[in-house]
Design a protein around this ligand. Structure first.
Ligand SMILES: [Zn+2]
Length: 1085
């Protein structure tokens, strides 16, 4: 270049040449531990952020004036009743009780002058219990829960006028989890008292409150992000900087601190704008409030939990535009509508705005192991109809986050109820195997599928913590296919739902994802259906799970609270018969009106009792007093319907009148032949197909058709044409099928052997029986056996056994004369006087049959499960659920065990074992104590599991009842043949016959428009898992037949043959519903 030279300059720099002072590496764990000191109560609270949380507090007179009225006894009066009470002065510090009582407070508030201009005023109430804020004219406004759970109610601006304003607080003497004594599942403590520790007006420093949440969440990032991530170090820097910048007493320092927080969580966290970044989220938050319809509290308290919880949610929606909330259980909505119309209207408005999402489609969040197929159908029929008529829409997602295992038929039933999606998370509680999927297609045995999602945060009561958001990816097991997930947040089990803290925390989590990353990006504002709709786009890539979602825990719930389970079974059979008879009657006789209202009441009661803590047996004692009462009402109403129908046809339910003829009614869809008792000890044989059947006197033949003999000391032989039963010491030591000459009992073994186990699970007493109980098996020795009955048609032996000093059992082993062509069985009736503690009574049947799988009746079919313990998955099924029968068959032969009210079973190798009674002491200290009558039967059969067993299960649960008609009456002839009949493959079961829900002569007050004309709805299923075909013939005047879903929406029209019959063809285990539209003339042809 040009040859100019310039002298190099010393570079100017800020970087000092000499180190001014030593700087150390931060000792990370100490700085992490320090974070909570900034906002926790205790020794630092007068110096940390808490000291600046409130700008003023007013308590006591003249600002907060309290008076109270105690509701009499344990009643829960209405607002009107309470407002009329006579109130006496009270104050903070007073205690109120006992458990379950209600105290009303009149609260007169006057905001002091120095607080009137403050930014944000709240009324704080903490009675250490649940409570509800009411206006002085009786509008329920918001729930409160003591112990710091939700203690603030925002004062309306109208209260800043310096005048007195009155509100009421309804205090319930229970906490969110009832009144447990110590540990939550221990039986309630009856005499708790609840101290009112706070009732004051507070001016909140909102900046301080927001900074608290900022620090909490950034602190979580500092604590929970991995130390090999820069995001962790940055979080610790930011939070340290915040703590160091805070100056006690300086409100501006709080604003400065919040600015520092923005470096990590962005500047949009104070509004829903934080969700508007346009970046793709992967975790979708939905507010939720799990309210157990009963559990550690009775239904009456649930009604109040609903209004408390949901009112609070409506308030939050007013404050947080991004906040959406989903809640299930039509029953709870119905209660709200009936008892709290103001709150229901608010909910309805929020539903309309798309903020409050009714979900689930079912009547309650029911158990799915124990209810019958028809019960599961009705859960959806009643649930979806309620949602449709009250909110204009049906649900699309079935919602059962807390139920104890899921029947294999649920996908099919969901699809038939208009639902494609299913949410649960309970399998995360499995205590043996880790369920391998988060998002998958769940497939029923008929092939029907739903998309199932199990939120990877593994809770339905998330606190919306940083950790929950993090786990939504770190515990996601289906990321090969899709990495999105739901986070279900809000206080629950005992109600409550989200608080403002939950929503604020999630805003910061989102802000953090957008600002620094690493945390999965959470989003609020969508519905659960939106989430599943996105999944559906990739449904064909999702993995599949076939068959039941067996829950590896809570296996005791197949047995606990035996009476409740018996009433459930009986109610299901009762309703089946009543609907059929009432359908026939209403179409035969125009003076008879189908008792839809009564049937609805009965169904709703039965469905309510199927709630997932009621029927499974995991509720406190008072819940079972309630359900006993409800079932008693079901049986009473059922009897009224019988009375009306029978009087229509001149049928008497007694058979004593001298001028009457005995008849019987067979309402099961196949021919039957059974003994019935007639007056004066006579015995009749009822036989025939559906309808009124003949009863012929039983005539003993020349040789006795059934015999009993004591062949040695304490050794008895009972024998009929088909079976020879040897009873020794009360047990069956031999059972020979005489038709094939086969011994049923395994060599050297004893059947009908009572055994007892120690039953102390790890924790959940009423719920769990744990695998190690099997090691404690003890054989119960029987006492003396004697011949109890030696009739021409039936013989029996009675054996008494002492279970312990406190408990005893009588067993009657009975053999009836065999009918040709009908499989005979050995019946056992046991009367148990049960007063045990943590013992489990079972009865065993070691049979000479070998198979690696046994079959158990489930809803609309059977489920096969291993009889061995090859893998931990097999081992986990050491106690399983069955309905009316369990069966172990090998090629050519098998044995079924029938029962009339039991649901717990196990088959280990060739040992079949029916579970009878448990004796947990928590949460009901008296569960199952007292007397029980239990029936079961051993039904050997040639061939594999077949219609013989399926039908025997129905018959055994529904013995033919003897009736009578006056000698010259012919009214009952109308019933001589049921107007509908299904023929064809014997695996087909005609399980339900009812009138169309919306028939104009049936429907009432449902909010769903009636349908013109009369119709009959029938439900048929394939019970054995094969393609099956049949023909429906009817004497009703059918104009059209439609295949429908279970909500009775018409689908494909079915061709009617020239003879008025129509054909049905079902997939294996398919449930098919048909609607028969009748000609306007109705009635019969
Ligand atoms: Zn629950």
């Amino acid at each position: 270049m040009g040859g100019e030279t310039t002298k190099p300059k010393v570079a100017e720099t800020q970087y000092p040449i000499r180190a001014p002072a030593p700087v150390g590496k931060r000792i990370t764990h100490i700085y992490k531990e320090r974070i909570t000191q900034f906002y926790s109560s205790g020794q630092w609270e007068s110096q940390n952020l808490l000291a600046m949380m409130y700008e003023g507090v007013a308590s006591g007179g003249p600002h907060v004036h309290l008076s109270t009225w105690a509701a009499p006894g344990l009643t829960r009066p209405t607002f009107a009743e309470a407002a009329a009470g006579s109130y006496k002065p009270t104050s903070v510090g007073e205690s109120f009780g006992p458990s379950w009582a209600t105290h009303w407070f009149k609260v007169v508030l006057r905001v002091p002058a120095d607080l009137r201009d403050k930014e944000h005023l709240e009324f704080h109430w903490d009675s250490n219990s649940e409570a509800m804020v009411w206006t002085d004219d009786g509008k329920p406004l918001q729930g409160l829960t003591g112990g710091g759970e939700r203690v603030e109610w925002i004062l309306p601006d109208s209260f800043r006028d310096g005048k007195e304003h009155t509100i009421y607080v309804e205090m319930a003497c229970n906490m969110m989890f009832g009144n447990p004594s110590g540990d939550i599942i221990q039986p309630p403590e009856p005499n708790r008292s609840f101290q009112l520790v706070r009732a004051d007006i507070r001016a909140v420093n909102l900046d301080a409150r927001q900074l608290w949440i900022d620090t909490w969440i950034i602190g979580d990032a500092a604590r929970e992000f991995p130390e090999d991530s820069w995001e962790q170090h940055k979080a610790l820097n930011v939070v340290t900087n915040i703590i160091d910048s805070y100056v006690l007493g300086d409100k501006d320092s709080i604003k400065r601190c919040r600015k520092i927080a923005h470096e990590y969580i962005g500047a949009n966290i104070d509004s829903s704008k934080v969700y508007d970044s346009g970046l793709t989220p992967q975790v979708f938050g939905i507010g939720h409030c799990h309210i157990d319809t009963c559990w550690l509290w009775p239904w009456a308290e649930t009604k109040r939990k609903v209004v408390r919880s949901w009112s609070s949610q409506c308030n939050l929606m007013d404050r947080y535009p991004e906040f959406n909330f989903a809640c299930s259980q039509a029953q709870q909505y119905k209660w709200l509508k009936a008892y709290y119309p103001y709150a229901f209207d608010r909910v309805k408005q929020k539903v309309k705005e798309g903020r409050f999402h009714p979900i689930g489609g079912s009547w309650v969040e029911h158990d799915t192991n124990l209810p019958s197929g028809e019960s599961l159908v009705r859960q959806f029929l009643y649930g979806q109809r309620f949602f449709e008529s009250n909110f204009g829409e049906r649900c699309r997602t079935f919602w059962l986050p807390d139920t104890f295992g899921y029947s294999s038929q649920l996908p099919q039933i969901c699809r038939l109820a208009g639902m494609e999606y299913f949410l649960t998370q309970k399998l995360s509680w499995n205590n043996i195997n880790n369920f391998p999927h988060t998002t998958f297609n769940w497939v029923s045995p008929d092939g029907s599928q739903v998309i199932c999602h199990m939120p990877p945060s593994e809770t339905y009561t998330s606190n919306a913590e940083f950790g929950d958001v993090k786990r939504s990816v770190s515990q996601h097991k289906s990321m090969d296919q899709d990495h999105t997930s739901l986070i279900v947040f809000g206080k629950g089990d005992g109600g409550g739902g989200p608080t403002w803290q939950h929503i604020e925390k999630l805003r910061r989590c989102r802000g953090m994802s957008d600002q620094v990353g690493r945390l999965p990006r959470v989003h609020l504002g969508n519905t659960v259906d939106d989430f599943f709709d996105k999944l559906r786009e990739k449904a064909d890539t999702l993995v599949t799970w076939y068959g039941e979602l067996y829950f590896e825990l809570h296996r005791g719930t197949y047995t606990t609270q035996a009476n409740n389970k018996r009433y459930n079974r009986q109610s299901e059979f009762l309703l089946r018969e009543l609907e059929l008879l009432a359908t026939v009657a209403s179409l035969k006789d125009s003076t008879y009106k189908y008792p839809k209202e009564k049937l609805d009441e009965m169904w709703e009661a039965v469905l309510l009792c199927q709630f997932h803590d009621c029927l499974p047996g995991s509720s406190i004692e008072i819940c079972y007093d309630d359900s006993d009462e409800l079932y008693a009402q079901v049986f009473k109403t059922g009897q009224e319907i019988y009375d009306d129908i029978y009087s229509l046809w001149g049928i008497s339910q007694t058979v004593t009148a001298a001028d009457s003829v005995p008849i019987a009614l067979n309402t099961l869809p196949w021919d039957r032949k059974e003994f019935v008792n007639l007056p004066n000890g006579a015995v009749g044989v009822a036989s025939g197909g559906g309808g009124v059947i003949d009863v012929q006197p039983f005539k003993a033949g020349a040789t006795k058709a059934v015999t009993v003999e004591e062949i040695g000391d304490g050794v008895f032989v009972l024998q009929n044409d088909q079976l020879t039963v040897q009873v020794e010491d009360g047990c069956i030591t031999s059972l020979v099928d005489r038709q094939v000459g086969r011994e049923i009992i395994a060599k050297g073994e004893k059947a009908n052997q009572l055994v007892i186990f120690d039953d102390k699970p790890l924790y959940w007493q009423a719920w769990d029986v744990e695998v190690y109980h099997l090691d404690t098996r003890k054989v119960l020795p029987y006492g003396k056996t004697r011949i109890y009955e030696d009739g021409d048609h039936r013989v029996s032996v009675l054996t008494e056994a002492k279970i312990s000093e406190n408990s005893s059992i009588k067993t009657f082993l009975t053999l009836s004369a065999a009918f040709e062509g009908q499989q005979s069985y050995v019946e056992c009736t046991s009367l148990v006087d049960w007063h045990e503690t943590m013992k489990f009574l079972k009865v065993e049947f070691p049979v000479d049959v070998r198979n690696t799988e046994a079959s158990y009746e489930t809803q609309y079919g059977v489920v096969r499960r291993p009889t061995h313990y090859n893998t931990t998955w097999d081992m986990a099924k050491f106690e399983v659920c069955c309905h009316k029968f369990a069966d172990l068959s090998e090629h050519g032969y098998g044995v079924s065990i029938l029962n009339d009210s039991k649901y717990g079973f196990a088959t280990c190798g060739n040992l079949m074992r029916l579970s009878l009674l448990r004796s947990p002491k928590a949460p009901d200290a008296h569960a199952d104590m007292g007397s029980h009558t239990i029936r079961w039967a051993i039904l050997p059969h040639q061939g594999e599991l077949s219609a013989t067993t399926v039908r025997a299960g129905y018959n055994f649960n529904h013995p033919i009842k003897p009736l009578s008609v006056p000698k010259k009456s012919s009214a009952h002839a109308a019933l001589s043949k049921l107007p509908i009949r299904l023929t064809g493959d014997d695996s087909l079961v005609l399980d339900c016959v009812k009138r169309g829900e919306d028939d104009e002569d049936v429907s009432y007050d449902s909010g769903i428009p009636p349908r013109k004309g009369q119709s009959v709805v029938i439900r048929i299923f394939d019970s054995l898992g094969g393609r099956s075909a049949g023909t429906v013939s009817t004497t009703w005047n059918v104009s059209k037949v439609f295949k429908t879903n279970i909500l009775e929406d018409d689908g494909e029209e079915i061709e009617i043959d020239h003879d008025g019959t129509f054909k049905v063809t079902l997939r294996p285990f398919e449930v098919a519903t048909y609607r028969l539209q009748l000609y306007p003339s109705g009635g019969s042809k």
